[in-house]
Design a protein around this ligand. Sequence first.
Ligand code: AMP
Length: 281
Amino acid sequence: MNVIKSFSDLQNAIEEIKNNKQSLGFVPTMGALHAGHLSLVEASKERCQQTAVSVFVNPMQFGPNEDLKQYPRPLEKDLAMCEQAGVDLVFVPSVEMMYPKNFSFKIMESFFSSHLCGAYRKGYFDGICTVVMKLLHLIPCDQLFMGLKDVEQVKVIEEMIKAFHLPVEMVACPTIREKNGLAMSSRNQYLSDQQREIARHLYQALCLIKETSQSGERVVQTLLGQAENYLQAYPEIKLQYLKILHWDDFLPPEKIEKKFVVALAAFVGSTRLIDNLIIDL
Ligand code: AMP
């Protein structure tokens, strides 16, 4: 496995892949890898001849009071997991390389990122769009693998790919969960055992909406109200948002039809967790 820390080494590795006419899959991550990340690697290995992973905790997507400093960075363990998973190339840039002094550009998106996390985390999607745009230029892959756990990210990046005519195909992969239903996340390691047990009710609340909508309920307020009531039994969970959006236009409807996403963000203690379900009636 090729661990690359400089632009020149990256350029050489990419050139070799292109010269060999091999297809390239790319999995961008912030490290602290878990089975969710590895499922993206697996998907890439199934579809592409070469798989690249990036490990970069992107400061531009963290707000001033968020966990940038605290965010876990177990690089050696991450590299061992990548090696074990059969990754071909891991790109580990430094902050100084990605954002040299006086870096003054930003990719901004103002519609698809305005409903869910983007509405609560100022600058979050500017940071994501900017770093993904940079990474896609550095690692010109055929297929980009992202997790539906971050459903708003998938939508925004899909739209960015279209908007800027980027020659890459997005492959959105399903959310991998713990046995108790909790969506896997690098931030789950902030949770105590007791908090993990409580956090599983976030997924249960989403499942409740799935069941009720599949039994015929169409009114969004009723569906959301039922899940909010369910979560009220767990005062340790502080819901930040619980929303339903239609899949196609990513707008909040009064009544659901066909494919929609129900998404939430909540604090359990000081840990912010997100989850969602995509439901196709
Ligand atoms: P992150 O390191 O949190 O930026 O995540 C890197 C990629 O892994 C993103 O595309 C995430 O959506 C994806 N990912 C994170 N957690 C999961 C999960 N539980 N299941 C599937 N994909 C995930």
